[in-house]
Design a protein around this ligand. Sequence first.
Ligand SMILES: Cc1ncc(COP(=O)(O)O)c(C=O)c1O
Length: 472
Amino acid sequence: MTFAIEPDEVLARLRSLRAERDAPTRGGRVLSYVYDPGVPELHHLVEEAALEVLHLNGLDPFVYGSLAVVERELGAMMKRLLHGDEGVVATCTSGGTESIILAVLAAREAHPGRRRIVAPTTRHPAFQKAAHLLGMTLEVVPVTPDGVVDVDAFVAALDDDVALAVVSAPSYPHGVVDPIEAVAAACAERGIDVHVDACFGGMVLPFLDDVPPWDLAVPGVTSISADLHKYGYGPKGASVLLQRGADRQRGMMFADADWPGYPVATSTLLGSRQAAGLVAAWAVLQSLGTEGFGVLQARCRRIADAIRSTVEGIEGLRVVGDPVGVALAIATDAASASPVDPLRLGDALVARGFLAQAQPGLRQHGQPDLPSTLHLTVTPALDQHLDALREALVACAEEVRGVPAATGEAAAPLAALEGVPIDSATAGAILAQVGAEDLGAERAELIAVIEATPPSVVHRLLVELLARELGD
Ligand SMILES: Cc1ncc(COP(=O)(O)O)c(C=O)c1O
């Protein structure tokens, strides 16, 4: 065989790209995106299982039947874990966003003519994406600056054109569990579907003993999404959607035999699909078992509690709300005479090898604004660096104490663009003008620019930035 480039050379280039451009995927120092159990035997299991099925096509479980068995077993395990009774059905998907789009589609199909979704401000953007794709509208209900949903405001938004109410267990930004029982009771009275977005915490909450009922044990909850590629410790490409009632699920499935090719029937959004994520997650679930998961998830809670007590001991900072133990958000303590800006703190932590996630503040209509925060997703692998992180938080807070929050002044000219259509060339010119590339280095500056820019302009510029990063 002759090659344009020898396979070994291609692989060598890939490895050098990874070394130059990627944050670590293991080790626990990246405090978002990746979920490292910190257990070498599980790393090995995941890699072997994924490799074993790398070339399967998940499109057709009648041809590649091992995946059908895996999906059935995954579904059964998740039903047991999340208190689904015999009326609950499971669908395996590629991730949280896909599970959410399918849950929204199912609610739309179950309620013909209803086109609204109600969700708290802290809902994941996947619900906005689903609404956009499926011709629905998302109405957002404010939360307090502690990330807590106002149940009265939520219930007041439940008109008879609402197909789906959304709550999170927990929300990603602050790690706080929404008032699921109260919302589900109000929706059950009105015949409205309720989706619990447990993409983030669905594999952790079952192992904590102090969380109020939040899963399918709660009457009125009609679906739950739980990602296995987060705290299920599988590689990306694995989530499960549980739904009450087979017909709710059948309503979102798809089939078409009206063409001269192979008859198509799919349970998810994709056609041909990768099996590796689901199979590797299935392997982890079986091998760890509930006892093993209990040990790892209790470790996350212990680490999160330790970080929380460190932050609470630092003058000028506070932890937002009452996080359940997978993640927490750090904000400025506005009541302090010596406040610390959390985004400056995040930038300072980078020099000490910790990558936390900067989150912009948010204007809420008629309700208090939400502050900018620093998000930390906690994983078992962080245990080995826990003391270092706690010391770094204290030291970095002193380092940046007194440094004012970034003002986002580069955004000043962008206010006039609200509502103005922006084409790609103009968006590119704006990005150059605000110095978007340089802003990336200092998260505090970038986030301040985002906060100071009208949302519609931010959305257009983010799209442009991404498109240019990925191509042209
Ligand atoms: C609460 C919640 N929902 C949905 C998602 C979307 O998941 P994915 O990135 O797998 O599509 C996330 C991801 O962080 C999440 O935290």
